[in-house]
Design a protein around this ligand. Structure first.
Ligand SMILES: [Zn+2]
Ligand SMILES: [Zn+2]
Length: 785
């Protein structure tokens, strides 16, 4: 409420303006008004508190959803710009011809009406100006002469404090149209299904004549009578000369086939969300594109209807414009009105398990840490991670696979291996940074299974994550309303890492295309990833191109799993059909290769840089200055006898001759897998049994210490003590060895790695244990020079 002094100032300003306009500008009325005004301002400050229906608009300002107001009435707030000149003319000339000129009351009309009342002995409302009607609608009182007097005072007061446009706007917001429809905007939408500024002259006139007789002139019931009345007024307007003759003629002929419609109910979940977020706004302008929302709602509803036979009852879809991060379409469930299946649950904000849908960010983090490149080989064989034994979706294993294949085929074991390598904290921190609230909450409980869906996420969080891939690694929260300032950007992955992910996720031949997918169906180019949660409770498919990111979740809100449910089979077809609707015939502009991506030759057997032994070389992408530069060790050179039954070390090379041969360095779990699967692989022959260094019990199996030699004696210079090199030769299934000096762990190392130590004078036992517990040792003696 304005302060009294402000009111006073405003009143004087209004008064000055009215003074210039007023036809009745006599000193007498001015003085009278001044006195009345003073009384009014201090006794009855104008009170305009109207409860409006919350309405939700699309990005263009079109009404997409409306709620009843607190009193269960439709009273939609009409904006000034929605009052078109036609509507304004029709209303004013029908209701209050001198509206523009009077000061709230029309003394001539009052006088005329009083005489009329006196003669006829009954009351009419003919003398009411629009302003007075506004007062009466704001403060409904019994029709007594006393109240009438106060109405006059209030009307003048209103005029002093509001412009004519504002008073007309108030009138149009309050006029009754029968039943629970109040205000011209509600009537315009509920009968003509359009905003007031789009009403034709005939329609505007129709809505001008109903307010005083909302019961006898009820649209839909008495349309013929209304036409009659409408045309009567159109003819009056013609006489008044306020519209062109041609316009009047056309309006007279316009049919009136209207009946009452339901208020629009598009985007019901989003509308509820916005209403609850902005409870004080009568109009909330969303970012939704009505035509897209409408089409996609229909697609989702039809889709849910089709899959219902499989006992899959819910689906949710979120479409984001990658550039503006505006929500283009928001479908919280397939059928909002279906209470039995929880249709009112907002599937976009429901917390669900993501299945494999978080894997791309994990691979992105590994690319950014330089740990892997797309062609790096990862073993997909049974593996245990501190008691956790992940399985693949199809319960099969693929042996050696590239990182690219592992991500595109959503293999679980390679993903857990990578997570184990970079540490779950890294992934969790990245997700927390981009507002994964469920993950933030449960952080402490999460294990390596997070990357297989062992965590809670929402479709909104997931779609925003994928939109960050489309935005070259920069994450932004989505925008639901037009006015909201553009949120801050957070870098989640580097642009080159995202480029690698997009390359992998946009391969055309994809295992996560549904079986029997019709390839003749126009397939837009998109990058996408599916996910299926444990127990087949959630099916995900999230795709992006340069323009849009479409997140699809399908499942049951009840949490019930269904054997037929999978990301590929259940969510991907819906995601594709939405992309086809959205982006039909759009340009196929695709992401350009990042300038920090360079192609390089790698060994096909490992994905590492080729060593002198590697012959099978292929091209791979790498990130300049970031990707690893590991030399391939897929082969190692071993000295063996000609019969290939015995191997030697430098200490036992026979004088009779030997040859060199390259053997595969196989990871221990891969050897286990090959043995289980009866896959042939070449093993290094046993070590020379008469080798002096071969002193272990498990001859030929345990590591052979090739440096120093057993029983060796060293003289160490006290002032410049030299270091002694420790090296060994192991079976090709050994990944790591542990060096001990006098039973104290010195260092953990790879079998190929040389380790150094500074000895003290005396006898020392040096032992080497491989990762399978096989051990050998030697003894050396150190003297001080
Ligand atoms: Zn190699
Ligand atoms: Zn030897």
């Amino acid at each position: 409420m304005l302060k009294k002094t402000e009111l006073l100032a405003k009143g004087i300003a209004c008064l000055k303006q009215k003074w210039k306009k007023s036809r009745f500008s006599t000193i007498k009325t001015f003085v009278g008004m001044g006195i009345i005004w003073l009384v009014l301002v201090f006794v009855f400050p104008p009170k305009v508190e109207i409860s409006y229906s919350t309405i939700i608009e699309d990005s263009e300002g079109e009404l997409i959803h409306a709620f009843l107001n607190d009193a269960d009435k439709w009273r939609m707030y009409v904006k000034l710009e929605e009052i078109s000149p036609t509507l304004r003319q029709a209303i004013i000339n029908k209701e209050d011809k001198y509206f523009e000129y009077h000061f709230g009351i029309n003394p001539l009309a009052i006088g005329r009406a009083s005489i009329h009342n006196f003669i006829q002995h009954k009351r009419t409302s003919g003398a009411s100006t629009i302003t007075m009607q506004v007062v009466r609608m704001l403060h409904p009182e019994k029709r007594t002469y006393a109240n009438k007097f106060f109405e006059i005072l209030r009307a003048i007061h209103l005029e002093l404090c509001y412009s004519k446009d504002e008073i007309l706007q108030l009138y149009l917001n309050l006029v009754p149209y029968g039943s629970n429809i109040e205000g011209i905007k509600s009537a315009s939408y509920l009968y003509f299904q359009k905003s007031p500024d789009r009403l034709s002259l005939a329609e505007a006139t129709t809505l001008a004549i109903i307010p005083n007789r909302p019961t006898s002139l009820k649209l839909g019931n008495n349309n013929a009578k209304i036409i009659h009345e409408r045309n009567k007024w159109l003819l009056k307007f013609q006489k008044m000369g306020i519209f062109k003759a041609k316009e009047i003629d056309d309006a007279m002929l316009e049919p009136l086939d209207v009946f009452r419609h339901e208020a629009p109910k598009f985007a019901p979940h989003l509308s509820l969300r916005l209403k609850n977020t902005y409870p004080k706004n009568a109009i909330i302008r969303s970012t939704i594109k009505k035509s897209n929302q409408q089409k996609i709602e229909q697609i989702v509803a039809n889709y849910v209807e089709r899959i219902r036979a499989k006992n899959i009852n819910n689906a949710a879809v979120l479409v984001l414009d990658n550039h503006s991060m505006e929500v283009v379409a928001y479908i919280g469930s397939g059928q909002f009105d279906n209470q039995a299946d929880g249709g009112q649950v907002d599937g976009i904000r429901a917390i669900r398990s993501p299945g494999s849908a978080l894997k791309p960010i994990l691979y992105g983090l590994a690319f950014d840490k330089g740990l892997i490149t797309p062609q790096n080989i990862i073993t997909d064989v049974p593996s245990t991670f501190g008691g956790f034994m992940p399985e693949n979706f199809d319960k099969k294993f693929n042996g050696k696979v590239t990182a690219s294949f592992a991500l595109a085929n959503s293999l679980n074991i390679p993903a857990v291996k990578i997570l184990n390598l970079i540490g779950k904290k890294e992934l969790i921190e990245s997700l927390k940074k981009i507002q994964f609230s469920g993950i933030k909450k449960e952080e402490k409980k999460l294990g390596l299974s997070i990357v297989l869906g062992g965590c809670g996420v929402t479709l909104e969080e997931m779609t925003q994550l994928y939109a960050s891939f489309a935005n070259l690694g920069e994450w932004q929260a989505n925008r639901l309303i037009k006015e909201k300032p553009i949120p801050i950007k957070t870098r989640v992955l580097s642009a080159p890492a995202v480029f690698l992910i997009t390359e992998i996720l946009s391969q055309i031949k994809r295992p996560d295309l549904p079986n029997n997918f019709d390839y003749t169906y126009r397939l837009p180019k998109i990058a996408w990833k599916t996910g299926t949660s444990f127990g087949r409770r959630d099916a995900w498919s999230i795709g992006y191109n340069k323009r849009f990111t479409v997140g699809v979740w399908v499942g049951n809100f009840s949490g019930e799993g269904v054997p037929e449910l999978s990301g590929a089979e259940t969510a991907t077809p819906l995601m594709f059909s939405i992309f086809n609707t959205l982006d039909y015939n759009q340009s196929r502009e695709w992401f350009k290769q990042d300038k920090n991506i360079i192609s390089r030759q790698v060994c096909a057997e490992s994905g590492d840089l080729p060593s002198e032994y590697c012959t099978n070389k292929i091209l791979d992408y790498s990130i300049k200055g970031i990707s690893h530069t590991r030399k391939c060790t897929h082969l190692k050179k071993v000295y063996i006898n000609y019969a290939e039954t015995m191997s030697y070390c430098m200490h036992c090379l026979p004088e009779t001759g030997y040859k060199e041969k390259l053997y595969n360095n196989l990871a221990p779990e891969l050897i286990d897998y090959y043995e289980q699967q009866h896959i042939h692989y070449e093993t290094i022959p046993r070590h020379n049994q008469s080798c002096l260094n071969n002193v272990s019990k498990n001859r030929g199996e345990a590591p052979i210490i090739t440096s120093p030699s057993d029983k060796a004696e060293y003289f160490i210079n006290q002032t410049d003590p030299q270091k002694i090199q420790l090296s060994c030769q192991t079976k090709n299934d050994v990944k790591e060895v542990y060096w001990y000096v006098d039973e104290q762990l010195l260092q953990q190392a790879s079998p190929q790695q040389s380790v150094f130590f500074s000895p003290k004078p005396g006898r020392h036992k040096i032992s080497c244990t491989d990762d399978r517990g096989r051990n050998s040792y030697i003894e050396i003696k150190i003297f001080q020079e």
